[in-house]
Design a protein around this ligand. Structure first.
Ligand SMILES: NC(=O)C1=CN([C@@H]2O[C@H](COP(=O)(O)OP(=O)(O)OC[C@H]3O[C@@H](n4cnc5c(N)ncnc54)[C@H](O)[C@@H]3O)[C@@H](O)[C@H]2O)[C@@H](O)CC1
Length: 448
């Protein structure tokens, strides 16, 4: 975002103009929410504080009862110009009187270290005394990239965060995202960078009159030690749109009769009608599993989804030698084991990992990130009840089904699968099991 602001400034848009847009946008949002109550705007020394000065001046000129409290004098030229517009007193932050509406403009993206204890304590007091806390750009003390949250926002929640110009990683990654409350984007009239792209409803293919089971996508799933995990993935693949799902190896008993069971052999998996192969759920980590994974990756015959146990057996240099796409679906622990801790925000880390592996990476978590080397799609707001055994197997099957569709773009397919999985999770509500989730993919798919 700072790069976008810098580019806008370099192209002739002054910081004062951007700040005016930001301040007016904040004032407009506050006007809708304040309902005539007293407003306290707390301002820091930088441009975030400048946004607050503009917002306060606009609100004052419109007759709203508004006061400013500041931690220090403005330190940037634009923030000084903004403060010059303010006609009222400026209260010292430490002694500021609370108000029912608190507008937090202490620090935004320029935060250079954690908040001092006295600032944090005073913010806690002011926020606790407020009926409504609104943060300009970020709750002060939030690291925009590392997505850490300040203590005060844990004690006295921010209801609304007004993201200025673009979403930053902290607006979508936890714990900061939880501390932001509802996030509203304020347009500053500058081009939004693609750093944070929240995935919208995917454009999913529907069968036409000429469709048959193979044109809808055939998914092959390699089963292993825990046959139930592979079966969950198989049900998910069927219910999320695949036309044909075959389990190779020991798929065990049970599951819908629509799932075809076959022995694992290299010839079967070279079937040209297969649209994508999934390996990993319940696979085990023995030598047989390792050999099967290595053979599939080397064969380069079909797009691959690699999940669970298979991520522990993967030679990370192998996907880049293939021509057909590979999707890796690690949770945080598997991600760290595979890639360590690359630099930057979690979004940067997922993109670096995708570049390193030559694969699409689906980094699973409360916010799931789908990344290629060049782009990320963010899926925030997953139902926390998804934290139950087997939901990862369901996700892997769902992604495999999207990838198996003829002509599928791997990043879009992985993102669509992640979206469907999250939607099914929402439909399930509370205290569900992975089998329910797999079944909920039918209504999730129908509603997309
Ligand atoms: N860059 C731009 O062109 C624009 C920026 N805007 C606003 O400006 C913000 C970024 O402004 P700045 O870069 O001035 O940064 P901030 O206003 O976030 O804070 C920077 C100031 O705070 C001090 N500081 C940082 N961490 C501190 C800490 N822990 N304790 C005490 N002091 C600390 C710094 O020394 C500096 O004086 C954005 O979040 C947004 O609100 C908007 O006005 C639109 C235009």
């Amino acid at each position: 975002m700072r790069a976008a602001e810098d580019a806008a400034v370099a192209a002739g848009t002054s910081v004062d103009t951007l700040m005016r847009c930001a301040g007016e946008g904040i004032a407009a949002a506050v006007r809708r929410l304040a309902a005539g109550s007293d407003i306290l705007v707390v301002c820091g020394p930088g441009n975030n504080g400048g946004d607050g000065s503009i917002a306060a001046s606009v609100l004052h000129s419109q007759g709203f009862p508004v006061r400013i409290a500041a931690t220090a004098d403005p330190k940037t030229p634009a923030a000084r110009n903004a403060r010059d517009r303010w006609v009222g007193e400026v209260e010292p932050f430490a002694q500021a009187r609370p108000a029912p509406i608190l507008i937090d403009c202490l620090f935004g993206t320029g935060l250079s270290r954690a908040l001092d204890d006295d600032l944090d304590t005073r913010m806690t007091e002011l926020a606790r005394d407020a009926r409504l806390v609104i943060a300009a750009d970020l709750p002060s003390g939030t690291d925009a990239d590392a997505a850490t949250a300040p203590d005060w926002a844990r004690h006295a929640p921010v209801m609304v965060t007004l993201a200025l110009g673009a979403l930053k990683p902290a607006h979508v990654l936890h714990p900061a995202a939880a501390a932001c409350g509802a996030v509203r984007l304020i347009d500053l009239g500058i081009d939004r960078p693609a750093a944070v792209t929240v995935a919208g409803t995917p454009d999913l293919p529907c069968p036409g009159p000429a469709s048959h089971k193979y044109t809808r996508g055939m998914v092959a799933i390699v089963a292993g030690h825990m046959a139930g995990a592979a079966r969950l993935a198989a049900v998910a693949a069927l219910r999320s749109g695949a036309g044909y799902v075959a389990l190779y190896g020991d798929g065990g008993q049970g599951g819908p009769d629509a799932i075809v069971h076959r022995p694992f052999d290299g010839d079967a998996l070279s079937d040209a009608r297969i649209g994508a192969i999934l390996i990993g759920p319940g696979l085990g980590r023995d030598a047989v599993a390792r050999d099967r994974l290595a053979a599939l990756v080397a064969a380069d015959a079909h797009p691959l989804v690699i999940d669970g146990d298979a991520l522990h057996l993967l030679d990370l240099d192998a996907p880049a030698r293939r021509t057909r796409p590979v999707v890796l679906t690690p949770h945080a622990g598997e991600f760290k084991a595979l890639f360590g801790t690359p630099a930057g925000s979690l979004l940067d880390q997922a993109r670096s990992a995708a570049a390193r592996a030559g694969a699409i990476v689906v980094l699973k978590g409360p916010t799931t990130i789908v990344a290629s080397a060049a782009a990320t799609r963010v899926h925030p707001g997953g139902n926390p009840w998804l934290s139950t055994a087997g939901t990862g197997d369901v996700l892997a099957g769902t992604i495999a089904a999207q990838l198996a569709h003829p002509g599928a773009d791997p990043l879009a397919a992985a993102s669509a699968g992640t979206w469907l999985h999250a939607r099914a999770g929402q439909l399930c509500g509370a205290s569900f099991v992975a089998d329910d989730l797999a079944n909920a993919l039918t209504p999730a798919r129908a509603g997309a």
